[in-house]
Design a binder for this molecule. Structure first.
Ligand SMILES: [Zn+2]
Length: 271
């Protein structure tokens, strides 16, 4: 049974403050009132204590799962219909289609003073399999290490639907085959009729507003577009902090394409 769909558990979590709803600007909304048509609202579940193992030791973070209210309510509606029609076997398909982002918090967010932040795009091959075709794995681990070592703490937002800069895992697999036939990472997207970068940072912006507020923050990134996208959401006090890790033989060409596309990478970063 899907306990998170159960209304009594939902009410209990709301009463405990462990299920919240926020708007685009990170402000709290009433979780018992359905958002208006077209209004972006994000449901947040947590904090959930998460001991994590990093390269050089262990640390404890607070995990929040985050999902758009509209997406969740559609899944809940369909799940209700399936329950009455005896289609329980399709629950897993429904749940797996939801983009559930994560926030990993280190330190006390009420005391944040220019915290160190990372907005990380999901990458199954890099983050989980340790693939060296990109530098996502070392960037993720390095970000968590740096954030956990910060005296004032910080946070990492893990964007679940950002595989292959937003084109999805299936298309990303196809782009790898095109890259092996000579195309660079951006050309390969275009050959498939897909945009260079279709990542949407709206949810990340709302989560940063919620946890950091309008205060300054330092963002671990080499990608100026990420900083611009967040600034458009009103997060204008962001100082980018270079985050070059995991450069190697298998990804030098990929990183060079990123550099030519506008990422803040110098020649010497790639040698
Ligand atoms: Zn990657």
């Amino acid at each position: 049974m899907f306990t998170y769909l159960d209304p009594t558990i939902r009410r209990k979590l709301i009463a405990q403050g462990k299920l919240r709803r926020i708007d685009l600007h990170g402000k709290a909304l009433d979780p018992n009132v359905s958002p208006a048509e077209g209004e972006l609202a994000i449901n947040l579940l947590g904090p959930i204590p998460l001991p994590i193992h990093l390269g050089h030791g262990r640390t404890n973070v607070q995990w929040y799962a985050s999902v758009r209210s509209t997406e969740l309510s559609k899944v809940e509606e369909l799940a209700g219909a399936l329950r009455t029609q005896g289609g329980g076997a399709l629950f897993s398909l429904l749940a797996s289609s939801m983009a559930v982002n994560s926030v990993l918090l280190a330190g006390d967010p009420t005391k944040y003073n220019n915290p160190l932040v990372r907005v990380h795009s999901s990458c199954l091959t890099g983050d989980v399999f340790g693939s060296e075709r990109c530098e996502c794995g070392p960037q993720l681990e390095g970000a968590l290490e740096r954030i956990s070592q910060e005296p004032g703490g910080g946070l990492l937002v893990y964007m679940a639907g950002h595989e292959g800069r937003g084109i999805g895992l299936w298309a990303k697999a196809a782009t790898y085959l095109l890259q092996d036939a000579g195309e660079n990472t951006y050309q390969a997207n275009r050959s498939l009729g897909l945009p260079d970068d279709s990542r949407d940072f709206t949810d990340a912006g709302a989560l940063l507003h919620h946890f950091v507020g309008d205060k300054p923050m330092r963002l671990l990134t080499n990608n100026p577009k990420k900083v611009q996208d967040l600034a458009k959401m009103g997060l204008s006090y962001i100082t980018p902090v270079k985050h070059v890790l995991g450069v190697g033989e298998s990804n030098r060409r990929y990183l060079d394409a990123k550099r030519q596309w506008g990422h803040r990478l110098d020649e010497q970063d790639l040698t």
